[in-house]
Design a protein around this ligand. Sequence first.
Ligand SMILES: [Zn+2]
Length: 260
Amino acid sequence: MHSPRLIPVPALADNYIWLLANGNQCLIVDPGEAPPVLAALRRESLTPTTILLTHHHPDHIAGVGGILAACPGLSVIAPHDERIATATRRVADGERVQIDAPRADFEVIEIPGHTRSHIAFFGAGVVFAGDTLFSVGCGRMFEGTPPVMLASLDRLAQLPGETLLCCGHEYTLANCAFALSVDAGNADLQRRSEQARALRARGEPTVPVALALEHATNPFLRVDAPALIDTCTKALGAAAAQDRVARFAWLRREKDSFRA
Ligand SMILES: [Zn+2]
């Protein structure tokens, strides 16, 4: 018996395409381009069976055509969104995705905000969260409002702490710089920042990462933490800072304009 293996495949500028492999079979998550995936399949002697897509952005789906041309007949599982033309099956909140090879069982979680139809796949000890939750950060709200995005982050935050977060981009160092600007006294965050710096200096990914560490370090999961309430109170005033959506909205706006 083999145990499942997670392989982050760097792609484009700072994307990760994820492979989940067991034995010589694998599934592919969010292929923004085909060549690095096809190279990884050859290198690891893997045969893909399934492609999972979290949202319609080209840097997550543009490689599907090239992969299907090389490996015909794969299932392509995607949210209900006509902007993803290659889907063979569309899934909604609460649906189960059972894959025979590699054997894996996922629950679909709708997490709108970055885009209106964004979904996550939770199963096999991991969550493929696309561009909604990053390590020490969260996605931009292209098609959603702060209450919608915060509700989506809250849902991901409820998953078990040992769940490994597999996100769509290597943004951790920049996210740590922002997080330290609003949560400076957080020792876990300071350690995570140092660890991420060391990993990147060796050319290694900072993800996957356990959700428990995100609870301790990610300001967008810490809108109810005293340190973040404090920061927001200084910026917004005590009355406005009582509202957790207002705190989240302010943090997200600050991150949009933050330059380290
Ligand atoms: Zn995106």
